[in-house]
Structures are given as structure tokens and as C-alpha cells.
Design a protein around this ligand. Structure first.
Ligand SMILES: Nc1nc2c(ncn2[C@@H]2O[C@H](COP(=O)(O)OP(=O)(O)O)[C@@H](O)[C@H]2O)c(=O)[nH]1
Ligand SMILES: [Mg+2]
Length: 200
């Protein structure tokens, strides 16, 4: 979270994480398209020779103000390929919320597990645990013929029982619901933090 006191602005960072090709970029493209253009910035791909990240920022009307601050949300995706480890770490740094986009394709079971493990390890290297970080799961590509049962995905990837949403990101289905769910979790965490601070 970044606070700009003079501007009375609070900037939150939400990261879409998951294995390569699970639909993270598709989520951001859909979300960007579904968002009123008066409230959002351009969809930007940050490209360097070795790194690739997609980004846009957004003023969600529904959030209004928190503690007198306007709220802006920066949405990021991370590249899934293993050689982008440093980028994934940089993007996860300071994340206020994480959407784990899992691929429902039955052949992607191992890739989902590996990616979640990487995420947990990367958070640990920053002294954080999944418990501390507001997060939701998106079971994407529910339109495929050969999908992993939801029961299996929940048991393997979501033992903590976080909010999980079915999606077909390429059709825009479940994209807004996922975004609303993660923002709700993030706001809940901030409000709990503010309450603790007031009582401290
Ligand atoms: N069938 C199906 N394909 C999808 C869905 N979401 C994304 N895709 C496709 O999966 C491929 C990888 O998506 P992309 O967003 O680039 O994945 P990323 O690597 O996680 O960013 C693309 O060809 C998408 O069109 C979905 O819900 N269903
Ligand atoms: Mg991508």
C-alpha cells in the first residue's frame, strides 16, 4: 500500500499470480475492457529484454474512500515462465492482495501445484505467509472439455478455504466477480488494520 498524504490517495496493489497460460493476462484484458474508461488508466505492458509484466490502474467507485483517502488499485500480472523468478518476486513485493489464477485443464494439475508452491516460497522469502495476505482463487477455463473437478482443485490448492470463483476469463465470465472478491478481502484487511491501530 502506498499512501500519498498530500493527495489524500491510497494506492493498493493486486497481483494476478499463477502458472503460465492459466489466463492471467486474459483476466487483466477483460477486466480493463469491463471497467469504465473514465476510471482507469491505459493497459501497459512493461517489457524489458528479460522481463514482462502487464499493468493498469483503476479507481473503483464502489470502494469510495477509506479513512478519508481516495482509493486507487494497481493491477499486475506476473510472467509464469520459470526464468522470470526475479520479476515474480518484485511484483509480489508489497502486494496487498493476490488472485491465484489456476488452470482447470486436467493436464495442468502439476503446474498449478508448482506455481502455488513458488508463490508460498516467494512470500516466505519476504517474511510473509499466505495467511497474512488477502487472497482468492480463480478456477479458470471451466469451459474446457477435460477439467479437474472443483473438489480436487479446492483440496489441492485451497486447503485454507479462501474464496474461490469459477471463471471462463476468455469469455469475461467470472472476471468481475473475482476482482470484487479480492477487493473485498483487501478492504476487510485494511479495516481490521485501522481498527487495531485505533485501539493500540
Ligand atoms: N478455453 C479457455 N481458454 C482460455 C481461458 N482464459 C484464457 N484462455 C486462453 O489461454 C491462453 C493463455 O492465456 P493468458 O492470459 O495469456 O495466460 P497467462 O500466461 O496466465 O497470462 C490464451 O490462448 C487464452 O486465450 C478460458 O477461460 N478458457
Ligand atoms: Mg501473461
Amino acid at each position: 500500500m502506498r499512501i500519498q498524504a498530500a493527495k489524500r490517495l491510497m494506492t493498493l496493489k493486486v497481483v494476478y499470480y499463477g502458472p503460465g497460460l492459466s489466463g492471467k493476462t486474459t483476466n487483466l484484458h477483460s477486466l480493463h475492457a469491463l471497467t469504465a474508461d473514465t476510471q482507469r488508466g491505459a493497459l501497459v505492458q512493461l517489457d524489458t529484454e528479460t522481463e514482462r509484466t502487464l499493468f493498469f490502474d483503476y479507481f473503483p467507485v464502489v470502494l469510495g474512500k477509506i479513512a478519508g483517502f481516495r482509493v486507487k488499485v494497481d493491477f499486475f500480472t506476473v510472467p509464469g515462465q520459470s526464468f522470470y523468478t526475479a520479476t515474480r518476486k518484485a511484483v509480489l513485493q508489497d502486494a496487498d492482495g493476490i488472485v491465484f489464477v489456476a488452470d482447470s485443464g486436467s493436464r495442468r494439475e502439476e503446474a498449478n501445484l508448482q506455481s502455488r508452491e513458488d508463490m508460498v516460497e516467494t512470500l516466505a522469502s519476504m517474511g510473509r505467509t499466505l495467511e497474512d495476505v488477502p487472497h482468492v482463487y480463480q478456477w479458470n477455463k471451466r469451459d474446457l472439455d477435460d477439467v479437474l473437478p472443483l473438489r480436487v482443485m479446492n483440496a489441492q490448492l485451497n486447503p485454507e478455504g479462501a474464496t474461490a470463483i469459477e471463471a471462463v476469463a476468455s469469455a469475461g465470465t467470472g472476471v468481475m466477480e473475482t476482482q470484487k472478491a479480492i477487493l473485498a478481502e483487501v478492504v476487510k484487511a485494511i479495516q481490521a488494520e485501522l481498527k487495531r491501530a485505533r485501539h493500540a
